[in-house]
Design a protein around this ligand. Structure first.
Ligand code: ES4
Ligand code: ZN
Length: 329
């Protein structure tokens, strides 16, 4: 309880949050009503009852259904403003947020509409003590051509929103969609000087983490928890200090581990891997950043020193410059 209090009060960086995964059930229903979008769940309670996931895909099906209520700039603002409130309540002082443009362009919503709404809420957050960056993620279950078209369509936004939109990522269904499928679009983003991240080793094998590093040349690995199965990879991650953005509650809800006591975060940390703690899709997985810390500390008996290392890793692995970083802590 004492350590929990210290964690709650500590300034934190969050490096792995899908903004569409911050849509609380109540907000989904409000936006559906506002936009006349028909949901296949008749009530908030019915929707919540569907949050019984068996794997990543069973979650993604519901996550994309939830995101279908987002149509206007105001909707993206509403969603992001709610997340900003939650982040500030957890003493998050810096956040690096993912969004999935292809989820929205598919429904006729322009990328610029999504970014404008997200940006307006993040600019307000800056005034309240939350700095932030935005990362555009490609959906890996879609084709490389689709990712390339999305990247080209977003190019003007990387200029207009250069202060915020600083990188690209890779998410959605991992199995059968290796990082190498997106080699060319990541090469283009790299040539432009964008930061690069990819989900790898969440459900996929350690080989996908090697690929993310070798082929995509990512700056961070999202999840990466299956690296533990490959000792040489763990050593490589530790030596390179390429960080893992671990999301403990997500891993339990999506059955990556049977329960929190089985989580490998503590072992990875002990082997020198730059582990961070993050919320992933907090509206779906049972909590925001602090809840992720509390559940992990409790199940794995993390020491105050270990928690301090994780907190510091969050800032060190962030994409702000060293001097900006110092100002946050
Ligand atoms: C995601 Cl937990 C997770 N994994 C992969 N893709 C995602 N998109 C949103 N949440
Ligand atoms: Zn994720």
């Amino acid at each position: 309880p004492n350590l929990a209090k210290k964690i709650a009060g500590a300034p934190k960086a969050e490096l792995h949050i899908h903004i569409e995964g911050s849509l609380e059930p109540e907000v989904i229903f409000n936006l559906a009503k506002r936009n006349g979008v028909k949901l296949s769940y008749e009530s908030i309670e019915a929707l919540k009852r569907a949050y019984e996931f068996t794997d990543l895909q069973s979650f993604l099906d519901i996550y994309y259904a939830g995101a279908s209520v987002l149509l206007t700039e105001e909707d993206f603002y509403t969603m992001t403003a709610a997340y900003v409130d939650r982040a500030l309540a957890d003493n998050v002082v810096h956040t690096e947020i993912f969004f999935d443009p292809q989820t929205h362009t598919e429904r006729g919503v322009a990328i610029s509409t999504a970014v404008a709404g997200i940006e307006r809420a993040l600019a307000e957050g800056e005034q309240r003590g939350l700095t932030s960056k935005l990362i555009l993620c490609f959906l890996r279950h879609l084709s490389e051509a689709d990712a390339l078209a999305t990247y080209e369509a977003a190019l003007p936004l990387f200029d207009t929103y250069a202060h915020r939109l600083i990188g690209v990522g890779l998410d959605s269904s991992e199995r059968g969609h290796p990082p190498s499928k997106f080699e060319r679009v990541f090469a283009k983003a790299r040539a432009r000087g964008l930061k690069l991240v990819a989900h790898a080793g969440e459900e996929g094998p350690p080989a996908y983490i090697h690929e993310a590093l070798d082929v995509l040349k990512v700056d961070r690995v999202d999840h990466g928890v299956r690296s533990i199965e490959d000792p040489a990879l763990v050593a490589r991650l530790a030596d390179s200090r390429v960080a893992l953005t671990v999301c403990p509650l997500s891993n339990i809800k999506l059955r990556v581990f049977d329960d929190m006591k089985q989580h490998t975060l503590k072992q990875l940390l002990a082997q020198g891997v730059a582990v961070t703690v993050n919320s992933d899709d907090p509206a779906y997985f049972g909590g925001y950043v602090n809840a992720n810390y509390f559940a992990t500390v409790e199940a794995l008996d993390l020491t105050e020193q270990e928690v301090y290392t994780i907190l510091r890793n969050g800032f060190e692995a962030s994409f702000v410059s060293p001097i900006e970083r110092q100002a946050l802590i």
